[in-house]
Design a protein around this ligand. Structure first.
Ligand SMILES: [Zn+2]
Length: 1025
């Protein structure tokens, strides 16, 4: 994987909002209290303690150590969180664009001394209960993190990770597979043409099919032209074939050394055990070296620069005539200066975030472009930070105007400064982010400190966020022009700035293809007959190695008996508030209150369905009551942790042709602000401002742009959604709400010159919401705050639902389900039932300007409560690990591929795939493989572990009880599903493969997103879009 890290504040956001699932155990012996007892100077297993710091805001104790013999650095964050994390990062500073750090990141995971089997990393996914496993290549470091809630699993994974990074095999064959190789298109046919293959080669071709990514890469390369940031650490597709296996091994020897390593551990497991294992299994075998990987400061330019690049035209862009990007990027100070970095990232938010910021007013609202440029704001991922500001989706002739606006806006900021309330809103946001508990807190911390620590900044100082907040307040008090002076210094007077524009070139893809062809021909011409023969033989060898049944017995593994047999029960209380069903869930939320409401839309006329996502994205952003949209945004920032509305399609757990449709309101706030938050919600629904066309246009443009940009990143999701469209009524609605149909619809709206018809639909949708008849709500809060919250909820509900008439559903087929399954007479959920729904077979192809495909096939199977559901879940996982991964990724060269079960559909998918038809036949072969029963009990157990690690992944206090609230799946139902998962046998798997997946058994749908495709064009059974 390859990524570019974003600004500090954006990273800080990941400390909170990636809430999925988590268990927060309140333990009697507190990990952080134990850790406070370490003493500086204390020696532990070859390490010396350097510093011990309590960080009460984040509820942790930080222990900093150094390894005596090698100089390896170590940071432990002791926190009473069972989702323990390990990560090791190396400073990797390439000086060319061959992608050497990225290819190395992949190849070290292909087998090591102690674990010489192929691909131990992917195999461990099935032998562990990990909650996260991955590896990242950033611009100047490579990081290997994992997390798990199980102590034994932690030791197993640590052993595999340590051996992988310090003692990898780095076989030539791994390099071919993961990096690049020349190979016959059909490896079994020596006469088929030679082509480039390789996982990273294809991954980077895919990555560079994303224009936002292309722009970000150019911008960094050109702003820091003198050292490692001037090259592409992930690999420039055409430079990748210049890398040799020898260079790869050399890079490993010099960079993956303890003297160039930083270790980070997090959670409630004891530190000593980690240190002992790391010392014994890795560090004791090394001597200190001088890795010489420091990044020098970028010499400052004496005058600003301008540059221009091209990209491929975007077929989905809202306005084809407006596809230019322009942005100005400024070189800032060293990121190891923690307070300066903190100040600049706050400053950046004040300048660009939300409708009250100067740049939003100056650049977004005049609608010169569709949105800010993909790179915007503070970026602290390089040794010296940068700040960028500009637009995408603009016309070429507006270039000068945009440049002028940027410099004028900077002048205005220097003159006028910022409103105090705006600064307070931002500091309030930081307070909330520190209190909100996420499930991947360890990972967020690791990524939050990675860049600064990589350049020898102090990671502990970085964690003491409230110290920085206090210092910031003090600085403002001492000098009211503190921020304005910074703007003057870093922006107005800064000559190290780059203005980079990007415009589409019709021939872009063609030129790229031509360049690749030339590169290929050059390589081919240099080959002797002997070389060609060797290539053919190596291709066969690789194929044979990939096809061989693999022995993974050298790897450690958890056993099925290590899995908890029962799930912990989440107690919820169900009653009513103001006549509306309410679910209360007491949780340790650190003084935050989470309020959600589900409003079903069963009465919504058909012609409004496509407008629902748009309605959701604008309803909290147009102003309400006495507040215009700017004031509303300010109030939300000042008083809440965010308020949002999202469309929902919830398939029924018992019947494939039943579902619930609606919208979900989600919000959180500090306890003291609850009345303010309810007031905002009630204003939003009682008196929303829908009339401002210009405001709506800005929001529409931004959503359309975001959707269009998202396809190259989530193409497999779009392909799967489309493949499921004609299979169930819920699948049909899903496509309308979040599939390609919605993308195209938004593009059409963005192109309309007159939005008045759109505006008229918004109040029509609103009228169907907030009827006490089709609404339910949920509160998660601390036990102490619950009764007060319930009382406030009661009066809020009375206020908003008081004078509403009941509406007749336009769909007559509404079925009621009790919210509490044990209480039939209590409140109910209302589902749409389409028992006459006829699933049908459909193959759809979307031709898009990408060099890679996203392929999906979906099969209608059974709902959650059906006895075969568990077998299908295990089967999907097992097919992915034991068959599809090999066919689609290893042999096919796609970035990823597999199968999954959800919403009653069994879906195959591939991600960034050079193939299309071949992948469809790999799906079919996977089914034959499953039916043949050629898998072992070990394979089944591994699939079970993998499924359980997802089922048991942690749930944050904010999200406890939400599954039950939304889909009515109770803990008892989950427990019986769990028991069925445990019980799945070899026989069950073969049976479900035959019963559901065999050709002709059940209806299936196929969808492909990808470049022009001759086979499909000739085949009339495809619908081409
Ligand atoms: Zn990668």
């Amino acid at each position: 994987m390859f990524r570019q890290t974003k600004a500090v504040l954006q990273k800080l956001r990941y400390l909170s909002f990636n809430g999925q699932q988590h268990t927060w155990k309140q333990k009697s012996t507190s990990a952080r209290k134990r850790a406070v007892q370490y003493q500086p100077g204390q020696k532990i297993h070859g390490f010396t303690v350097k510093e011990v710091v309590a960080v009460p805001d984040l509820f942790l104790t930080a222990v900093k150590l150094t390894h005596d013999k090698t100089g390896a650095q170590y940071l432990h964050a002791a926190r009473d969180d069972s989702n323990n994390l390990f990560s090791v990062q190396f400073r990797t500073t390439p000086m060319d664009s061959t992608g050497v750090p990225h290819i190395l990141e992949h190849t070290v995971l292909c087998g090591s001394e102690k674990y010489p089997c192929r691909d131990p990393f992917f195999k461990m996914l099935n032998r562990s209960l990990s909650t996260f496993m991955n590896a990242f290549t950033a611009s100047d470091y490579t990081m290997y993190p994992f997390s798990t809630q199980n102590g034994k699993d932690f030791q197993n994974l640590l052993s595999v990770y340590l051996d992988a990074v310090f003692f990898p095999c780095l076989r030539e064959q791994d390099f071919w597979q993961e990096g690049w190789r020349l190979e016959n298109e059909d490896p079994t046919d020596p006469n088929s043409p030679l082509v480039f293959k390789g996982v990273v080669f294809n991954e980077m071709k895919g990555a560079f099919s994303d224009n936002e990514r292309v722009y970000a890469q150019h911008l960094q390369n050109k702003l820091y032209p003198d050292h490692t940031y001037s090259v592409v650490s992930g690999g420039e597709p055409l430079a990748i074939p210049d890398l040799t296996w020898e260079q790869l091994r050399q890079f490993h020897a010099t960079h993956y050394h303890p003297s160039n390593a930083r270790f980070f551990t997090y959670g409630d497991l004891p530190l000593e055990q980690h240190l002992k294992q790391i010392e014994e299994e890795a560090l004791s075998k090394f001597e200190r070296i001088n890795p010489n990987t420091e990044v020098p400061s970028q010499p400052h330019w004496s005058s600003p620069r301008e540059d221009h690049v091209t990209c491929s035209p975007d077929a989905l862009a809202p306005d084809p005539a407006r596809q230019n990007t322009l942005c100005v990027s400024y070189l800032l100070g060293d990121i190891t200066d923690t307070f300066e970095g903190f100040t600049l990232s706050l400053l950046s938010s004040l300048m660009i975030s939300g409708p009250n910021s100067a740049f939003y007013k100056a650049l977004i609202e005049p609608k010169i472009g569709s949105d800010f440029s993909s790179v915007v704001g503070y970026d602290g991922s390089t040794k010296e930070a940068s700040f960028s500001i500009g637009l995408q989706g603009m016309a070429e002739e507006d270039t000068e105007k945009v440049k002028q606006i940027i410099s004028q806006t900077i002048n205005h900021i220097i003159e006028d400064g910022f409103e105090e309330e705006q600064i307070e809103a931002l500091l309030h946001k930081i307070e909330i982010q520190m209190k909100h508990q996420s499930t991947n807190f360890g990972l967020s911390l690791a990524s939050y400190i990675a860049s600064s620590w990589n350049h020898d900044g102090d990671p502990v100082e970085l964690l003491r966020i409230s110290d920085s907040v206090a210092k910031f307040r003090q600085a403002l008090k001492e000098n009211p022009r503190f921020l304005q002076d910074k703007v003057k210094h870093y922006f107005k007077e800064n000559t190290h700035r780059l203005t980079l524009s990007m415009s589409p070139d019709e021939a872009y893809l063609e030129k790229q293809a031509k360049a690749e062809e030339e590169k290929l021909q050059k390589k081919i011409q240099a080959l002797s007959d002997r070389d060609r023969k060797e290539i053919y033989e190596k291709g066969l060898e690789l194929l044979a190695a990939q096809s061989k049944t693999q022995d993974a017995s050298c790897l450690p593994a958890l056993k099925i008996s290590d899995i908890e047999p029962t799930i912990p029960i989440t107690p919820v209380q169900i009653s009513t508030a103001g006549g509306v069903p309410a679910q209360y869930c007491e949780q340790p939320t650190n003084g935050l209150v989470y309020f959600r409401a589900m409003c079903s839309l069963n009465t919504l006329p058909e012609d409004l369905v496509l407008y629902v996502p748009l309605f959701c994205s604008v309803i909290t952003k147009m102003g309400c009551g006495a507040l215009d949209y700017r004031q509303q945004a300010q109030q939300m920032d000042l008083r809440t942790g965010g308020m949002s509305v999202s469309p929902q399609v919830i398939p029924d757990s018992t019947h494939l042709d039943m579902y619930e449709q609606g919208v979900l309101l989600s919000s959180s706030c500090l306890e003291r602000n609850l009345p303010h938050m309810f007031q905002l919600w009630s204003d939003i629904f009682n008196s929303p401002h829908f009339e401002e066309v210009e405001r709506l246009r800005v929001l529409v443009m931004m959503s359309a742009q975001e959707l269009a940009n998202g396809i190259s990143y989530s193409g497999h999701m779009y392909a799967m959604t489309r493949a499921g469209r004609y299979l169930t009524p819920a699948g049909h609605l899903q496509e309308s709400f979040g599939g390609m149909e919605q993308v195209k619809f938004m593009k059409r709206i963005a192109e309309m010159s007159d939005l008045s018809q759109v505006i008229r639909t918004l109040p029509r949708i609103k009228r169907h919401l907030l009827n006490s008849d089709n609404m339910r709500c949920a509160i998660n809060a601390t036990p102490q705050k619950m009764s007060d919250t319930a009382a406030q909820l009661e009066s809020f509900m009375k206020q908003i639902t008081g004078n509403r008439k009941e509406r007749k559903p336009v769909r007559v087929n509404i079925v009621e389900r009790p919210i509490d399954p044990l209480d039939d007479s209590g409140p109910s959920r209302k589902l749409v039932s389409e028992l006459n729904f006829q699933p049908c077979q459909m193959k759809t192809f979307f031709q898009l300007p990408f060099p890679v495909n996203f392929v999906s096939e979906s099969i209608r199977t059974v709902p959650f409560s059906h006895e075969d559901y568990a077998s299908l879940c295990i089967l999907a996982r097992m097919m992915t690990a034991k068959f599809l991964h090999g066919e689609i990724r290893e042999k096919g060269g796609a970035y990823g591929g597999g199968a999954r079960m959800g919403g009653g559909l069994f879906s195959f998918y591939s991600y960034r795939d050079p193939n299309s038809m071949q992948t469809l036949s790999a799906f079919r072969k996977g089914i034959d493989w499953a039916k043949s029963g050629q898998f072992t009990q070990q394979d089944i157990d591994e699939a079970k572990l993998s499924v359980f690690s997802a089922v048991d992944s942690p749930v944050a206090p904010a999200d406890k009880g939400m599954g039950r609230f939304l889909s009515g799946v109770t803990d008892e139902m989950k427990q019986s599903h769990r028991e069925r998962l445990f019980a799945v046998s070899h026989k069950n798997l073969v049976e479900v493969a035959e019963r559901y997946l065999s050709v002709g058994q059940k209806t299936c749908g196929v969808a492909i997103l990808g470049p022009e495709n001759e086979t499909i064009a000739k085949d009339p059974s495809w619908i081409v879009k």
